[in-house]
Design a protein around this ligand. Sequence first.
Ligand code: SMG
Ligand code: MG
Length: 374
Amino acid sequence: MAPGVSILRTVELRLVGIPLVRPFRTSFGVETEKRCILARVETDRSYGWAECVAGIDPGFSEEFNDGAWLVLRDFLVPALFAAGDVAAADLDAALSRVRGHPMAKATLVNAVLDAELRAESRSLASFLGADKDRVPCGVSVGIAPTTEELLDQVAGYLAEGYRRIKLKIEPGTDVERVAAVREAHPDVLLSVDGNAAYTLGDIDVFRALDEFDLLMVEQPLHHDDLVQHAKLQKLIRSSICLDESIRSAADASAALELGACRIINVKQGRVGGLLEARRVHDVARAQGAPVWCGGMLETGIGRAVNLALAAMPGFTLPGDTSASRRYFEEDLTEPFEMAPDGTMGVPSGPGIGVDPLPERLDACTLRVERIEKE
Ligand code: SMG
Ligand code: MG
């Protein structure tokens, strides 16, 4: 049952920027700063926060901060105001006149849901049907300048307790790097993420990677191509996990039915918010496919959401739910810390269970716009 209806009064959009502790390089670019939109909604009963997972540029997906800001301000927020009473469960219909833009839509769905849950003093984890209060954590390691640096970083993360290492790879910086990490850590849960940089023509790379007992190969091929992934999955032993290709529960269902992957990376923002993410979880679970919680270098606001999601029963593999210090010197919220056993506590307070620290929020804010219902 979804929590009740409320009347939306204001939506405040805020762009924040926080330096990353070290550059994060993937096959599609390098990031040195986390920059994202936060939304704070006020309803007649409460308030809610959400973080948009779009980034500075349209590299991971078509969405990016400045575009998401305009879509939110000029289309999605007015559509919500026009809809009258709002319940998070009905938002999909109210926002359906805007095609695509799942990350922008997710921001509103999650903020309204947070407000509803705060009004009912219910935690997001309980609403989602979480069956654990701590989740195992993995870490995603960017493409390092040298193999030595990569080995240093991996050793450091393992010493902190991380339970799974994911290596970002790109053509030319893949098999040797993975071989070196595997040799140094024969038993660690190890996966790779190509972020759509490969083609079927790279089959020799995937055959070579098959020798390293990988937990999964994440999004090796084009972001929009399930058929090629299905072909590749037939040719390799390692399990393919899809990330960029899955934008809805329908995509998840199609991908599993086609044999395009055996595992799904659930990022709530990529699929349009927490309610659709729950449907992705349900589809995968019904088909016996494990899911895990992906990450978009979130601040504490998005991290709280991810931890609640990762506590659902079908999330059976460690997620990219790393501690605040893996990303930032100082987070926007109280820092999320990982225990030495590699687990992190799931927030249990009302809604997402955290709030930005007011002074940190001010210090990190680059732009604010408040949209009031007329
Ligand atoms: O949040 O720890 C994190 C990052 C996890 O690797 C990660 N995310 O393709 O899965 C992915 C990437 C996308 C983000 S690139 C900025
Ligand atoms: Mg990925």
